[in-house]
Design a protein around this ligand. Structure first.
Ligand code: 5AD
Ligand code: SF4
Length: 427
């Protein structure tokens, strides 16, 4: 009988990719994916970015043990990296963000002696090329870790210091996935703009990837605003495969708060970067992250964030209530904002952003866009696709035979809150 696994992933795309690495290790050993109840091994990949996300691994493992008592449990990811002992009490294997390569060597099919803690103070074998599952879009790690130490952030402690992967291995990995049918890559890093290996910087890397024949689209996350340059804005417009979408986390519109956050830019400097991007990519889209209720954030600071959102007009924002994180300096700052006030502020900016997004999205009506078909949509006979600007489009497939990985032109026929409807252009 085939051995089975179940995997649950919290957090960002980096975590999605790490989970996929584990899946490929298990599948190579002959395991198949199953539901929670039937699994022999259960993996929970954790996120530590906010207090709420951190709690999820503990409740998830509790839930698992109620449903499946016999399975071996692997607790991995960002929480595993910082709290290995705590997690070892409720799981069999603890696997930090640094040690997936170690897990590969340790993993044995019959789950003998399946008890270990793998956590290291540096990433082990960052260049190793792990397998990918067959999908139109492949996540590709290009740089691990973070050297920025924003005062609210736990990531430098969960993902450690920056280390770029060799471009030869990155190119090899991308060649592997396109040979396997992928059409698009999303290059991953906490700060992709810091990529540097043997003098090859991020722009040079994009140029090299852009030459890969069967690859159709290139995306990347995340750019730190302090390192986003006019040259990169130009490269994005000149390299035909690089999509016109930029995720540029602002965090706050107040220069005082930005300084307290140690973001290393002012709002004016941030706005300049947006201007560069828009100058060379006039049809491009920009998304951002915002934190409300950072310690010492006053009414007036918050108003600056509102003003910033009104001025920049992002396509979409991901907004969060500030939450204290272990090791992060801001946890020790005085004048923490009450949860009630944070909730109020969050509500205000989310309502404002909804209106801005709606207005921008309206301009898509009746326009034509190239989309990549990603998967079946929730509604039957519909496929879900994505524009180069990162907007989701659902397409009726009743009279067509669209498949995952196809690239077609569609006309946008309807604007919904978080997606569009589109029709295939036949010409
Ligand atoms: N509290 C709230 N939001 C946070 N983020 C990171 N750390 C915290 C924190 N302590 C948000 C930032 C970041 C996104 C991934 O998560 O906006 O860009
Ligand atoms: Fe990703 Fe950061 Fe969460 Fe880790 S803590 S999973 S790096 S968002």
């Amino acid at each position: 009988m085939m051995m089975k696994y179940y995997i649950k992933t919290f957090g960002c795309q980096m975590n999605e990719r790490d989970s996929e690495k584990i899946e490929s290790i298990l599948q190579e050993s002959g395991f198949e994916k199953s539901n929670l109840k039937e699994a022999d091994v259960i993996i929970v990949n954790s996120c530590a970015v906010r207090e709420k996300s951190e709690k999820k691994i503990f409740s998830e493992i509790g839930r698992i043990k109620n449903i499946n008592k016999k399975a071996k449990v692997v607790a991995m990811g960002c929480v595993a990296q910082i709290y290995p002992e705590k997690l070892s009490k409720i799981s069999d294997v603890v696997l930090g963000t640094t040690s997936i390569y170690d897990f590969k060597n340790f993993f044995n099919k019959d789950l003998r002696d399946f008890k270990a803690i793998f956590v290291s103070n540096q990433i082990i074998n960052p260049d190793y090329i792990f397998g990918h599952l067959k999908k139109p879009t492949a996540y590709i790690d290009i740089i691990y870790g973070c050297n920025n130490f924003c005062t609210y952030c736990v990531v430098p402690y969960t993902r450690l210091r920056e280390i770029s992967r060799s471009y030869k291995n990155i190119l090899q990995e991308i060649n592997n996935v396109v040979e396997n049918g992928a059409k698009e890559v999303i290059l991953l890093g906490q700060n992709v703009n810091s990529y540097n290996f043997d003098g090859v910087n991020f722009i040079r890397l994009l140029e090299m990837i852009n030459k890969i024949d069967k690859l159709k689209r290139i995306r990347f996350v995340t750019s730190h605003p302090k390192d986003f340059s006019e040259d990169l804005a130009i490269a994005m417009s000149q390299l035909d495969k690089v999509c016109e979408h930029l995720h540029l986390p602002l965090q706050s519109g107040s220069d005082r708060v930005l300084r307290l956050m140690r973001r290393k830019y002012t709002f004016k400097e941030f706005a300049k970067k947006v201007e560069y991007f828009r100058k060379y990519n006039p049809k491009g889209s920009i998304t951002s992250d915002i934190i409300v209720g950072f310690p010492m954030e006053t009414e007036d600071d918050f108003k600056q964030t509102i003003k910033a959102l009104e001025e920049i007009k992002f396509d979409e924002i991901y907004s969060f209530k500030y939450s204290n994180r272990p090791f992060a300096k801001a946890s020790l700052m005085p004048n923490q904002v009450s949860d009630e006030e944070k909730a109020k502020r969050l509500n205000i900016i989310q309502n404002l952003q909804s209106k801005i997004s709606e207005q921008i999205n309206k301009s898509y009506l009746n326009s034509e866009h190239e989309v990549l078909i990603e998967s079946k949509a929730k509604i039957s006979n519909q496929m879900q696709a994505r524009t180069r600007t990162n907007k989701i489009v659902n397409i009726d497939n009743t009279y067509f035979n669209l498949k995952e990985g196809d690239i077609v032109n569609v006309k946008i026929t309807k604007i919904n809150k978080h997606s569009f409807n589109g029709e295939i252009c036949i010409n």
